[in-house]
Ligand binder design. Structure first.
Ligand code: DHB
Length: 495
């Protein structure tokens, strides 16, 4: 018997070869670019063929955003490169769930999110700024490592048409990324690189979408949307997925946030959040966490009551240990003097959960962090529809806002939440999901909670997937300080 995944892929590939259902890629239509790219192993002079922007659907509602660019390395430091069968790194530049565009790109690593501030090419965050982690351009590093780099634009939450209707809210961005994957598959043999070795990556909202792309491969949930935009009839599964500080599992993000940061004051006010709200969300988190039935060696089921210990020992203490071990003796001594809550013994850092959250200090967001009572959060806009800019997507916030215990979420919200949540697809063991995963987040990142990465990684480990998760000590939102290791990981998993 043919496994379900293979059957799907074969059927899709047959459909694609019968009639090109996607715009046809023209290999000759490129510009040659030479750039110096700085890597951990020094500067590399990379000559590459740059394609696009190319619209990746046949019925775009917004070709400006539903377009991609592709960079194909042809020589690195004067040595010819044959990338015709190389893995394809699909690097989305989405930040803040805003639209992302490659319309003005004339080289690799120039995808931009359009609004929201704090953005740097290639994603959100960036060095400097409160909580911003250290960040380098993955598309540029990937090109210098010899991979084909595809950078898709995507519709985002702030877009409205002439009638004031929101057309880039959920699930538009994931539909577009899937359409971009389908375009690459439908153009197999024309686009350089191996579409069976697509490795997705993104940061923050882009990390959320990358993990969702990995988890939701070939899900039928998106069929009507993909049809509407004229996506190619091909598989939209990706081989591997990387995600940096993914802002995902949005319907559980408020409770995860309070469970973790409930005791921290906010950056804006320096004051604690509403204690009743924080306590109620924390209580709801315990039920939610138990319902996931995640298992870890030495813990049995990871519940709210042992999750702090699990995250501490699996991620936080090892992160601090790596950080301290890499310092000079003098620098380590001064760090430990400034941070006496850390016990450094036998080359290992230990500390308590309470000390960790105190060390992080003021949290970035209020309570609730994602489904704001007054609909002011970006995520409220992400679940907007029609001419309504922002809606509630949790019963808790809806009921607090309306003061009614009987109110219901709009009828389309549950399916939209599912379509935006990798945990939905993982819980259903989607057979066409990626089987190779990379997760990173800074321990100082309070844009969401470390629970998000921890649960994603554990849920996938529980399915037997190959998962490489790590946290970066004292790094903020958007950090990718071991980006070079990501490229080594791609070589390993695709090799
Ligand atoms: C991003 C950051 C957030 O705090 C958020 O709620 C959503 C997205 C981002 O940087 O992409």
């Amino acid at each position: 018997a043919v496994p379900a995944t293979a059957a799907l892929t074969t059927r899709a590939a047959t459909a694609a070869s019968r009639a090109p259902s996607a715009p046809v890629f023209d290999r000759a239509d490129h510009t040659a670019v030479t750039e110096t790219i700085t890597t951990d192993s020094g500067d590399k002079e990379v000559t590459y063929h740059f394609y696009g922007p190319l619209t990746y659907v046949t019925r775009p509602s917004d070709a400006t955003h539903q377009s991609l660019v592709i960079s194909v390395p042809v020589a690195i430091d004067g040595t010819p490169v044959d990338a015709s069968d190389a893995p394809i790194v699909l690097a989305n530049g989405v930040g803040g769930y805003f639209p992302s565009s490659v319309a003005n790109a004339n080289g690799v690593g120039q995808a931009s999110m359009e609004t929201g501030g704090g953005g740097t090419p290639g994603g959100p965050g960036g060095p400097g700024g409160p909580g911003g982690g250290k960040m380098v351009s993955i598309p540029r590093l990937a090109l210098a490592a010899g991979y084909v780099v595809a950078e898709p634009g995507a519709r985002g939450r702030s877009l409205t048409d002439a009638n004031g209707r929101y057309y880039g809210t959920a699930p538009a961005a994931i539909v577009d990324l899937k359409a971009a994957v389908r375009y690459l598959r439908a153009n197999k043999g024309r686009v350089p690189g191996n579409p069976e070795r697509i490795v997705s990556t993104g940061t923050s909202a882009g990390g959320a979408l990358s993990s969702l792309l990995g988890a939701s491969g070939d899900s039928r949930l998106y069929a009507p949307y993909l049809k509407e935009v004229g996506a190619a009839e091909a598989s939209d599964a990706v081989f591997a997925a990387g995600a940096w500080c993914p802002i995902t599992d949005l319907e559980h993000a408020d409770m995860s946030y309070e469970w973790c940061w409930g005791g921290n004051v906010t950056r804006a006010t320096g004051a604690p959040v509403d204690r009743t709200v924080s306590r109620e969300l924390t209580a709801a988190f315990a039920d939610h966490q138990a319902s996931l039935r995640l298992k870890a060696k030495g813990y049995g089921t990871v519940k709210a009551s042992n999750l702090d210990d699990y995250i501490l020992r699996t991620y936080l203490q090892p992160a601090a240990t790596r950080y301290l071990a890499a310092l000079t003796e003098t620098a380590r001594t001064s760090y430990l003097t400034a941070n006496p809550f850390i016990t450094w013994s036998g080359g290992r850092a230990t500390f308590s959960w309470q000390d960790f959250t105190a060390h992080v200090g003021p949290r970035k967001k209020g309570a609730p962090a994602f489904d704001a009572f007054d609909l002011s959060a970006g995520e409220n806009n992400e679940f907007g529809a029609g001419t309504t800019a922002a809606r509630h997507f949790t019963l808790y916030s809806l009921r607090q806002d309306t003061g009614s215990s009987s109110s219901r979420l709009d009828s389309d919200i549950p399916e939209k939440l599912a379509s935006m949540n990798p945990m939905y697809h993982i819980a259903r063991k989607n057979p066409s999901r990626s089987k190779h995963w990379w997760f990173r987040v800074g321990t100082d990142d309070t844009d969401s909670s470390p629970v998000i990465v921890s649960n994603l990684a554990l849920a996938l480990e529980n399915l037997g997937d190959d998962v490489n998760p790590l946290m970066y000590w004292d790094e903020g939102h958007g950090a990718n300080i071991d980006a070079a290791a990501f490229l080594g990981w791609i070589a390993k998993v695709t090799g």
